[in-house]
Design a binder for this molecule. Structure first.
Ligand code: NAP
Length: 477
């Protein structure tokens, strides 16, 4: 078994401590890869490499920088199948979904490559004799911390705009899913991005991640992960006033009014919670259904849950793969007991499969009906294939239930009444929302949460403000 080294200053190297960690295949429970486990010393080396590469990278002119990112996008597409296979095996992701995510990563590099020479400063008509200019300058070394649920997609959301704005990077991928990030770093070198500009240091969050957030030469932290760790990151980053972006947890609501297109609402609601086996920060895991539609909606949803093809991620027909690990699956499974004890009605699923799937981290997708807003299963992010369905009687009640959450990331509204759709969309406290569909993430539009779901935005042109500083220069006449 080859040992995957860290990527520091353009070289694949072992961890300074010599430590390694084993990757477990979520579909089988087998150990299948070994990765160097970076620590404090490795983070320091990587940050110094990024600091030393900073001056050279910001001098690369905009057209050349764009060309490199376009080349990187092309390389991602050329290697699409091998990257998708790697991601599928590493994260237990159905292969068709893994291909979509690798494509999204390529699209992301193309989008920001195209943006590079279209964003700039301004001349501002100030109340003084002279000319006021603004420049958009790189922030410097950016520390990035990624989760395991959409490894290459979320990494690209951070890396592409940061490179576009002339920053250098040290990325710490999630311990469980470091492989596509390492490969992306190698492809960036192949695309001509100079050594040291983009470094990748797999390692434990409590050591490598912590060291990255504390490092005095890191000027920006972009974190995606749980609200619990995001809170710690924000506190630590405050010590030297680092610029911080946080993309955190969610418990989003899906409001289905009685005039909705029922067939469409059922199938899209299913995928807006079960995509990636429910391990999605945007999962609309609280479905609120207007009372006249409630029973019909539940019976159709249950029928579709029971028809899902659960299986090995490498099989083309697989719709639902394993969760990331048996440890995480067991954590999710505990919510099945909690929901039952709280009095919610388990309509289907919630079992750990036996037979051919027994060694993997699988869980049968579950529906809880007759849930109520105060239940733990309705308040907490479960991050697995479990949905809670609640009835409502009025629009005001639906909005109140939707907003009765510490989170505010995503959500959906289903109705044929456009005035109501817009009124409810304005009333819901969330960062991202879809009307009559279950999908609202587009590379070209800002993405992020309110309340405990995060701070700042990723994607769109909005993220460029999070990877640059405005500098104001006034020239007297
Ligand atoms: P997590 O446990 O918070 O881990 C996220 C990352 O932080 C990992 O790389 C982790 O390293 C690292 N980390 C852990 N402790 C750290 C510390 N003390 N200092 C610095 N870094 C540390 O989250 P997860 O379980 O990977 O991901 C699931 C969570 O992410 C869910 O809550 C989900 O909603 C959220 N999420 C949000 C978005 C969004 O855009 N809003 C997108 C995806 C996921 P290790 O891997 O070594 O633990």
């Amino acid at each position: 078994m080859t040992i995957e080294g860290l990527l520091i200053g353009g070289d694949r190297v072992p961890a300074a401590s010599g430590q390694q960690s084993q990757l477990i295949d979520p579909a089988t429970g087998e150990t299948w890869a070994t990765v160097a486990a970076g620590g404090v010393e490795d983070i320091d080396r990587a940050v110094l490499a990024a600091e030393n590469a900073r001056a050279g990278w910001r001098k690369v002119n905009s057209r050349d920088r764009a060309r490199m990112l376009f080349t990187l996008a092309n390389l991602i597409r050329t290697n699409l199948e091998s990257l998708a296979q790697l991601e599928s095996r590493n994260a237990g992701k159905p292969i068709r979904d893994a291909r979509d995510e690798v494509n999204m990563a390529a699209d992301c590099f193309e989008y920001y490559a195209g943006a590079i020479n279209k964003v700039g400063g301004q001349t501002i008509p100030v109340a003084a004799a002279g000319t006021h200019l603004t420049f958009r300058e790189p922030i410097g070394v950016c520390g990035m911390i990624a989760p395991w649920n959409f490894p290459i997609a979320i990494t690209s959301w951070k890396v592409a705009p940061a490179l576009a704005m002339g920053n250098t990077i040290v990325l710490k991928p999630a311990s469980q899913t470091p492989l596509t990030a390492l490969r992306l770093g190698e492809l960036a070198l192949e695309a001509g991005v100079p050594p040291g500009v983009f470094n990748v240091v797999p390692g434990a969050g409590s050591t490598a991640g912590d060291a990255l957030v504390r490092h005095p030469l890191v000027r920006k932290i972009s974190f995606t992960g749980s609200t619990e760790i995001g809170t710690q990151v924000m506190k630590l980053a405050a010590d030297d006033i680092k610029n911080v972006t946080l993309e955190l947890g969610g418990k989003s609501a899906n409001l289905i009014f009685a005039d909705a297109d029922l067939d469409k609402a059922v199938v899209k609601s299913l995928w807006s919670v079960l995509g990636n086996s429910g391990q999605d920060c945007c999962a609309r895991s609280r479905i609120l259904v207007e009372r006249p539609l409630y029973d019909t909606f539940l019976s159709q949803l249950t029928e579709q849950f029971q028809a899902l093809k659960i299986g090995h991620p490498s099989e083309e027909q697989t719709e639902i793969g394993p969760l990331i690990s048996t440890g995480h699956r067991d954590r999710v499974h505990r919510y099945i007991d909690i929901g039952k004890a709280e009095g919610a009605k388990l309509l289907c699923g919630g079992d750990i499969p036996t037979g051919a799937l027994a060694n993997g981290a699988y869980l049968q997708p579950a529906i809880f009906a007759d849930a109520t807003p105060e239940m733990q299963i309705v308040r907490e992010e479960i991050f697995g294939p479990v949905v809670c369905v609640l009835p409502f009687d009025t629009e005001e009640e639906a909005v109140a239930i939707a907003n009765n959450s510490l989170y505010g990331l995503s959500g959906s509204i289903w109705t044929r009444d456009i005035s109501r759709a817009l009124r409810v969309a304005r009333a819901i406290e969330t960062g991202v929302l879809s009307i009559n569909t279950g999908h609202s993430v587009h590379l070209e539009a800002p993405f992020g949460g309110v309340k405990r779901s995060g701070l700042g935005r990723e994607l769109g042109l909005a993220v460029l403000d999070h990877y640059s500083e405005w500098k104001s220069v006034f020239i007297a006449e």
